[in-house]
Design a protein around this ligand. Structure first.
Ligand code: KG4
Ligand code: ZN
Length: 334
């Protein structure tokens, strides 16, 4: 079964074709980062308009590259949420219309389920069950995964998501958008001068909170000389605090569930320091760890094509309604 995947939930237009037996056939991504950079963050209306401009040409390009005709496609998967309403609607309306015109089913995919299943696109995919740490710009989730659609939420962020904390901290340090990769780069020049708090690790539970850490970082910055080296040292301490906090919570989740297999995905999972810190922890816990390749950590069409294919194989698909849901808790997925 050939599935066309479409991702337009935020600031990247992603398109891919996945085949149920042959695997990933091809994938393309158009990032709007340069456009939003000027404004210091995503401007939703501009995002929607750019998806409209880029999506259809990207679909044509992906089909060409795959050497497939539209008649070869057996189903269309699109991100239906969570995300920006206008941006989601571009993908949803395009996917729905194409599916109707081509006489094939369309399936609405949950963006975080896409992230969660992204490591399945790699050569050595994780077996079920596993614990998933999903760290993106909008979400920080710990999920117990028994199989496709069998998700139990173990913990989540009570305020800022991990990526959001990176982006806001980066903005504060004057690093531009998106802040995560820029802050990570700066942290490489940093030295161990400060030690920042590891929020909510001194009490039981698997929830996260990054907003206090952000304020602590701001205060430290304001009280410093604000030199380039100060900034790098602060970036280093911030990143180290996030990495260690995530490791502590994942260790707890592994011990609590007895599941010695951890999957880490979402944009922030591209972070080298966070990867290293989690790898070190799982080794000590005699557990396994799985990451998507860096380009599939951030938003992409491949993960949506994969997740949609699994659901279509189970016989799922939706009626003709153009379905988009900007807020969509992952534990409401079946
Ligand atoms: O998953 P994603 O592409 O989009 C959402 O679903 O939100 O994640 C984007 C987030 C942004 O906050 C970005 O700053 C962060 O992932 N990010 C990183 C890195 N690469 C992307 N954060 C820290 N280190 C990175 N290397
Ligand atoms: Zn995402």
């Amino acid at each position: 079964m050939y599935v066309l995947g479409i991702e337009t939930s935020c600031d990247e237009t992603g398109v891919a074709v996945y085949h149920s037996e042959r695997g990933l056939i091809s994938h393309f991504l158009y990032s709007q980062v340069d456009m939003h950079n000027e404004y210091g963050g995503v401007v939703p209306e501009l995002a929607s308009r750019d998806h409209i401009r880029k999506l259809v040409p990207l679909i044509k390009q992906t089909l060409n590259e795959s050497q497939l005709q539209k008649s070869d496609i057996n189903g269309i998967a699109y991100t239906a949420g969570p995300g920006l309403m206008g941006a989601l609607l571009v993908g949803a309306a395009t996917a729905r219309s194409l599916a109707w015109a081509w006489g094939i089913p369309a399936i609405a995919v949950h963006h975080m389920e896409g992230h969660l299943l992204a490591p399945m696109l790699e050569d050595n995919p994780p077996a079920f069950p596993f614990v998933a740490l999903l760290i993106s710009g909008g979400h920080t989730l710990l999920v117990q995964v028994e199989g496709i659609g069998r998700y139990q939420l173990l913990g989540e962020s009570l305020d800022d998501a991990a990526g959001e904390a990176f982006d806001k901290t980066a903005k504060m340090l004057g690093l531009g958008y998106p802040g995560g990769p820029k802050l990570a780069e700066l942290a490489e020049q940093g030295e161990q001068i400060y030690k920042f708090p590891r929020p909510m690790t001194d009490r039981p539970g698997l929830d996260f909170s990054f907003s206090g850490l952000k304020t602590f970082t701001l205060n430290t910055f304001n009280n410093s000389q604000k030199t380039d080296q100060d900034k790098a040292n602060i970036a280093f301490a911030f990143q180290q605090a996030v990495a260690e906090t995530l490791s502590i919570k994942c260790k707890r989740a592994i011990r609590q569930t007895g599941i010695k297999r951890l999957v880490v995905a979402g944009g922030v999972s591209a972070n080298k320091q966070i990867r290293a810190s989690l790898r070190e922890m799982v080794e000590l816990e005699n557990s396994e760890i799985y990451f998507p390749r860096p380009e599939f950590c951030t938003d992409n069409g491949a993960m949506i094509a994969y997740a949609g294919c699994q659901r279509l194989l189970r016989g799922e698909h939706q009626n003709l309604e153009i379905f988009a849901r900007p807020r969509w808790p992952i534990n409401e997925l079946l």
